[in-house]
Ligand binder design. Structure first.
Ligand SMILES: Cc1cc2nc3c(=O)[nH]c(=O)nc-3n(C[C@H](O)[C@H](O)[C@H](O)COP(=O)(O)OP(=O)(O)OC[C@H]3O[C@@H](n4cnc5c(N)ncnc54)[C@H](O)[C@@H]3O)c2cc1C
Length: 484
């Protein structure tokens, strides 16, 4: 026993020395030693994101996903040096924007280095001739939008997390925003980027409007959740601020009717920037009226006054065919004023016994009601309130966003309940032919379901991963890709 203890002590000393050497090597790769942080506070700050399960871990005193060190690179050269080093040593590296992921995307199951891009926060250039803004990946979205607004421009990318997420994070998660029916998701608003591969190779996608020279390499990184490379700089499209905006609130006799109206609006090639539709349960929250008793649609048109007015009139006409009744702009405008407010859900997440979750998927028009009906029915016993809305609309289909709010008896029960909610929601999506995510990504929450969702596509993704990151150092274990 004594001998065993001695051997163990020797081993620990050897490991400590090895870890010490690795830290010293890491510090030598960046400009100053304080860019490598192993303090308990910084490690804990990077051990939880906004995934409600992670919030329960924190409240229940658990820290299952923690990095060994957090590195704050100052530029692309440092990112490249850290990656080349980590690749050689086999150290996992997980990029971190602002940790606003709601699915555990930046949480590391295998320790290693978390690469926090918050020091890379320069807005590089606003090019109003080519309508592009260039920024480092760690710029907070809201800072960039405010800067552009001061110059009379906008990104037209408006996620609810605008003021808590980075532009690099948007690319890495395939984010989308509240104006997507007109302007699209980040895949449509992305112009180009610079990224660093696992071995330290830096590459740029070309700064051109379009080209036909092979597959679009931007899609190697867009939605890759930090598994294929680290994005260090992005260029995004910009738009002039609209000169005119008009809003309408339209109530509907049923969820089916409102859904059909949205489909008809898209099919008629009408593109209101804002197009959101709430079931009755969520309409009470969205309208801030507990007595509100029907599903409701928020519609907003913007741009030059003439076309925007005509577009709104056309939307009203289509909605009327499905029983839609306009009730004035107030409901929609009230929501616009609160569009970045997350306090209701946050209030539940922050209480140890609180149960809150948001789950978004997409399906085509023919199947979306199957998903809505099955998911809300099966989830009903899991929370006090189950709310649903449709907020990203395409000619080919639509997203469904389900919110659950409730209470458990204590923290551990709340954690188990939220995990069960994920199981039920993912099974209902797969059973009804829906995607398992529309924009929050896979992270830890959905990784177990990726194989069933993508089928042979996962093998193709694995081959790309093997080619770009053969030592599997970049955010390992995510997206259903092979675990280390
Ligand atoms: C209140 C709230 C509202 C939200 N609303 C929306 C919404 O409307 N639309 C939407 O799409 N999402 C939304 N989200 C989710 C989240 O904000 C987005 O996924 C966002 O894009 C994440 O950005 P981030 O910078 O915080 O990235 P993080 O959460 O730090 O990281 C997310 C993933 O991206 C990777 N990553 C981050 N930066 C880089 C980089 N530079 N290079 C490579 N990989 C990187 C990480 O490794 C991780 O896998 C919301 C979240 C919250 C908390």
């Amino acid at each position: 026993m004594v001998v065993e203890t001695k051997i163990w002590r020797d081993l620990v000393t050897i490991m400590d020395n090895a870890a010490f050497d690795l830290m010293a090597e890491l510090k030598a790769l960046v400009g100053s030693a304080d860019q490598v942080d192993v303090s308990d506070t910084t490690i804990a700050d990077h051990a939880y994101d906004w995934w409600p399960v992670a919030a329960k871990w924190r409240q229940n005193g658990k820290m299952p996903c923690k990095p060994d060190a957090v590195v704050f690179p100052a530029d692309v050269k440092e990112v490249s040096a850290v990656l080349a080093w980590a690749n050689e040593k086999g150290v996992p590296v997980t990029p971190w924007g602002l940790g606003s992921s709601v699915t555990g995307q930046p949480l590391t199951e295998y320790g290693g280095v978390t690469l926090d891009l918050s020091r890379m926060n320069r807005i590089i250039a606003v090019d109003t001739d080519n309508m592009i803004v260039r920024a480092e990946a760690g710029v907070m979205g809201g800072d960039l939008e405010d800067h552009l607004r001061g110059m009379g421009y906008t990104l037209n990318h408006s996620p609810q997390s605008l003021y808590r997420s980075t532009v690099g994070g948007w690319f890495a998660t395939r984010a989308t925003g509240q104006l997507s029916s007109r302007y699209g998701g980040i895949e449509d608003l992305a112009h180009s980027f610079t990224a660093v591969l696992a071995d330290g190779t830096v590459f740029d996608t070309l700064d051109l409007p379009r080209m036909a020279v092979g597959p679009d390499l931007r899609h190697l990184m867009i939605g890759s959740e930090g598994t294929m490379g680290v994005i260090t700089e992005v260029a995004l499209k910009i738009f002039p601020l609209p000169e005119y905006r008009e809003n309408e609130t339209i109530k509907f006799p049923s969820v089916e009717a409102g859904k059909d109206a949205m489909r008809a609006i898209m099919a008629a090639n009408i593109r209101p920037a804002l197009l959101r539709f709430y079931d009755t349960a969520e309409a009470r929250h969205a309208m801030q009226d507990k007595a509100f008793s029907s599903p409701v649609m928020f519609v907003g048109s913007e741009g030059m006054e003439g076309p925007a007015r005509a577009e709104m009139e056309a939307s009203r006409t289509v909605c009327a065919k499905f029983g839609g009744e306009p009730i004035g702009p107030e409901g929609t405008e009230g929501w616009i004023g609160r569009r970045y407010d997350f306090s209701t859900i946050e209030g539940f997440v922050m209480r140890p016994e609180g149960v809150a979750e948001t789950i978004e998927i997409s399906n085509n028009w023919a199947r979306i009601m199957d998903t809505y009906t099955l998911m809300t029915k099966r989830l009903a016993p899991m929370a006090d309130e189950v709310l649903g809305h449709f907020s990203h609309v395409y000619t080919t289909g639509v997203s469904l966003y389900v919110i659950l709010l409730g209470e458990a008896k204590d923290g551990p029960e709340a954690e188990e309940r939220i995990k069960k909610i994920w199981e039920i929601a993912m099974e209902a999506s797969l059973e009804t032919g829906a995607s398992i995510s529309h924009h929050h990504g896979a992270g830890l929450a959905r990784t177990p379901y990726v194989e069933r969702s993508l089928g042979a596509g996962l093998d193709v993704m694995q081959r790309v991963k093997d080619a770009l990151d053969p030592n599997n150092i970049l955010n390992p274990g995510k997206l259903g890709l092979r675990r280390p």
